[in-house]
Design a binder for this molecule. Structure first.
Ligand SMILES: [Zn+2]
Length: 471
């Protein structure tokens, strides 16, 4: 996973045939089939936690990763969307599809706050006469009778303009709507501030499940679903082969995917030049384009990156570095690098950026080396393999080592290393330690490097590697 994505990464096993709920015989059949939409904006509901937070024992959740207008909603009675990102407007086909679903009895939950620019889901609520505003709700919130709810701990959001026929459930101190229901055809729109549902993936801030769950059940079950029919997640519908990567995207992310594919084609020859080898055979990876500027995940063979990561396409370097990083992982396999598997991937991305003449590349490199030196000014005292080695030290010292080896044994020292590793390290070898890595480096450059690495406080020993030697 990319280093900067790690801060927001959501650990998960991406279950394609998503079946939430334990499926025990004693469980009552689900009455709600919910779909959390991830196609307009990626969110922390990707792993089924909307079910965990609101629908345990009453529902079954799936996710939509594909174009919304293609989603089969016939056996769904709760569709969950958030505000979305202005970079990805709803298509008119998607708007029509969702309105039609509601009119046929479905319940639509829209969690949004107004803003400038307005989030795209405002175009959806407007089809039901509801307009988000940019005016902040004044706390405390109160339930409007006969609705009963407790929302004292509301962390902030905006108020709504609603039509006269709407049922206002919650209002702010000035009696302006914050949560409302609008009936349309056979179904319902439930719309309210995102803040009512919590902003923390772990639900540490209030999510108001005590009254939101019964409300969702009451609204959604006006349409009955067939619990015997499978309820599965829907994947992004497009795939494009790109050398070692299969790019996955939907109609809305296609413009980004096409541009990112072109970047990849520019990046790839530089990775081959820096590493001196082609990507490891058989290491195909799926690269899913996510509708987000940050966050992402890695799950087995699939890596996902934000379509407008680093403000792409206005800024190109962060995307080039990210592609270099993620693709770089398929160059080091089948034996991941010890210690610096992530740093080496980003270093490869940085080298690509340098070769493309991007000045941010060297700045990124030097900044990280400086951060590392704060912990270990000469890089000779902290063992980066130690249990409590700081992250910045590991990254900074890794970059320093690669740059020093390049300076002493280059140009092309890294390429010598990769070629030697491919030659000496059998694909079915069991394990690849730092001792092995230093041994391979030594053989790549024709000089024993164990003393040099020990001088940098690495605990390495040729006696622990069968790869140490001179041939
Ligand atoms: Zn990574």
């Amino acid at each position: 996973m990319h280093q900067r994505l790690l801060a927001t990464v959501l650990p998960l096993a991406l279950a394609m045939p998503a079946a939430a709920g334990p499926g025990l015989a004693a469980q009552p059949a689900p009455r709600i089939h919910s779909v959390c939409d991830l196609s307009q904006q990626f969110s922390f509901y990707l792993d089924g936690r909307f079910h965990t937070q609101y629908l345990q024992g009453v529902g079954r959740d799936a996710r939509n990763w594909g174009s919304l207008h293609r989603l089969d909603l016939s056996n769904v009675n709760l569709l969950v969307v958030d505000g979305g990102d202005p970079r990805l407007p709803y298509s008119s086909a998607s708007l029509d599809h969702v309105v039609d679903y509601v009119e046929r009895g479905g319940t639509l939950l829209v969690m949004l706050d107004g803003g400038d620019p307005m989030p795209p889901a405002a175009g959806l609520t407007e089809r039901f006469g509801v307009r988000p505003t940019t005016e902040r709700a004044a706390t405390p919130l109160r339930a409007r009778e006969p609705f009963e709810a407790e929302a004292d701990s509301f962390r902030g959001g905006t108020v709504l303009d609603v039509p006269a026929a709407a049922s206002v459930l919650l209002e702010d101190r000035d009696r302006r709507p914050v949560l409302a229901v609008v009936d349309a055809g056979e179904g319902h729109l439930l719309v309210g501030s995102r803040g009512l549902f919590g902003h923390q993936p772990d639900a540490k801030d209030p999510i108001h499940a005590a009254w939101i769950t019964p409300l969702l059940v009451e609204l959604a079950t006006t349409k009955s679903i067939d619990p015997k029919r499978p309820h599965r997640s829907t994947w992004a519908e497009h795939a494009r082969e790109l050398g070692p990567l299969t790019l996955e995207y939907h109609d809305g992310t296609e413009p980004f995917a096409v541009a990112i594919a072109k970047e990849y084609e520019r990046v790839r020859p530089h990775l081959v030049a820096v590493t001196g080898v082609e990507p490891a055979p058989g290491m195909l990876k799926n690269l899913l384009i996510l509708p987000t500027g940050g966050g992402g995940f890695s799950s087995g063979q699939r890596i996902a990156i934000g379509a407008w990561w680093g403000d792409y396409p206005d800024q190109r370097y962060p995307m080039v570095e990210l592609i270099g990083h993620e693709a770089g992982h398929s160059w080091v396999l089948p034996h991941a690098e010890p210690l610096w598997n992530e740093p080496i991937a980003t270093w490869l991305g940085i080298q690509v950026g340098k070769r493309l003449g991007m000045e941010e590349a060297d700045q990124t490199l030097q900044r990280q080396i400086r951060l590392g030196r704060r912990h270990d000014p000469q890089f000779d005292s902290i063992d980066p393999l130690g249990e409590d080695a700081p992250r910045d030290l590991i990254w900074g010292k890794s970059y320093f080592v690669f740059e020093e080896l390049e300076r002493r044994f280059g140009p092309g020292a890294m390429a010598k290393y990769f070629r030697t590793k491919r030659r000496l390290v059998a694909p079915d070898r069991n394990g690849y330690s730092m001792d092995d890595c230093v041994a391979v480096w030594g053989r790549a450059v024709g000089e024993d490097l164990f003393d040099w690495f020990r001088g940098l406080a690495f605990d390495v020993d040729p006696g622990r590697s069968d790869l140490a030697g001179n041939r």
